[in-house]
Design a protein around this ligand. Structure first.
Ligand SMILES: Nc1ncnc2c1ncn2[C@@H]1O[C@H](COP(=O)(O)OP(=O)(O)OP(=O)(O)O)[C@@H](O)[C@H]1O
Ligand SMILES: [Mg+2]
Length: 309
């Protein structure tokens, strides 16, 4: 059985255009599924439909075999969600907030207390547990919400941009927590940090203008790009035209060659001989994302003019 299935999901908001257009995919196993896409692509809309908070205009979806519409009641017992705009209640402390959420989910007092403490420890917020939420920083407030769903022990967790606003250290700590959590949970997350999706996700979906443009493991997404290797020249050295592949201006401004693995090896040997500073890697998710959503790149192509990569 598939973990998550979406069948022809479309969503049209009242008086507006379509936010989702015939989204059709399935994810076979637990772990982390990351949905990426530009602002307005439809990530939150899809997340809310799957978390039983919003009805699709047409189509259907199921999680672990349970239909998100007809089985919403039983699904809610196994899912927990942190919406994009969620805030902890200002006049409660994190301890009171997490504790009341757990009581509401049906845990006894003792269990709720223990689970709240445990989740706070995992998220590194134990010392803030008795501070009123209104006094906490934005990032700590976000961690309180993630601690709340973690404490619930729901087996399916939706996190809509969980690391937005977190400092780099907190973000990487949350990544560690999610990596541990994914062993026995299904986590559906959206993010604008492509490095986050690259590091954490077992599978990645790319949404653009309400349509699912691609879905797969990082390697499968790389397979959708003609030239899977990248060499970045970290100086103003003018590199010769590659025999196969293209030269582009990379997303970070460096000259970049995208090419086959063999050609990348040949060029790198040449660059080493000449003492040119460079890096060579399989294409990053950033590169793939730009390719797939066809964001205009300042591109100087020596190969087939029509090819982007
Ligand atoms: N309640 C609503 N009523 C009308 N239109 C909406 C509503 N919510 C979202 N939209 C529209 O639906 C489209 C998709 O929005 P959505 O919030 O799902 O995108 P997103 O990918 O989550 O964007 P972001 O990265 O900015 O969070 C956008 O065009 C948005 O303006
Ligand atoms: Mg959103």
């Amino acid at each position: 059985m598939q973990m998550l299935t979406c069948k022809h999901i479309s969503k049209k908001y009242e008086g507006d255009g379509y936010a989702l257009r015939d989204v059709n995919f399935s994810v076979p196993a637990a772990g982390i599924f990351a949905l990426i896409g530009r602002n307005g692509a439809g990530k939150t809309t899809l997340t809310r439909i799957l978390a039983t908070q919003l009805s699709p205009t047409s189509g259907s979806a199921s999680i672990n075999g349970i239909d998100v519409m007809s089985g919403a009641g039983s699904l809610r017992e196994i899912i927990a969600s942190v919406p994009q705009e969620a805030r902890a209640i200002n006049w409660l402390t994190p301890r009171q907030f997490i504790f009341s959420y757990l009581l509401w989910r049906g845990y006894g007092h003792g269990d709720a207390r223990r689970k709240a403490d445990e989740a706070a420890r995992k998220l590194g917020i134990s010392r803030f547990m008795d501070t009123a939420s209104r006094k906490l920083s934005g990032g700590t407030k976000r961690k309180v919400l993630v601690a709340t769903v973690m404490a619930s022990e729901a087996s399916v967790i939706f996190l809509d941009e969980p690391t937005t606003g977190l400092d780099p250290l907190s973000r990487s700590e949350l990544w560690d927590t999610l990596s541990r959590l994914k062993k026995d949970h299904f986590i559906f997350l959206t993010t604008h940090y492509l490095e986050e999706a690259e590091r954490l996700a077992d599978r990645i979906g790319i949404l653009e203008n309400g349509r699912l443009m691609a879905l797969g493991t990082l390697d499968e997404l790389r397979g959708k790009v003609k030239y899977p290797y990248s060499i970045k020249i970290l100086s103003d050295y003018s590199v010769a035209k590659p025999r196969k592949g293209n030269m582009i201006k990379g997303v970070d401004g460096f000259q970049q060659i995208v090419t086959t693995e063999d050609e990348a090896n040949r060029i790198s040997r040449e660059l080493i001989k000449k003492g040119v500073r460079f890096s060579m890697n399989p294409l990053s998710l950033d590169d793939i994302f730009y390719y797939i959503v066809k964001k205009p790149l300042e591109e100087e192509s020596y190969g087939d003019e029509k090819e982007r990569y």
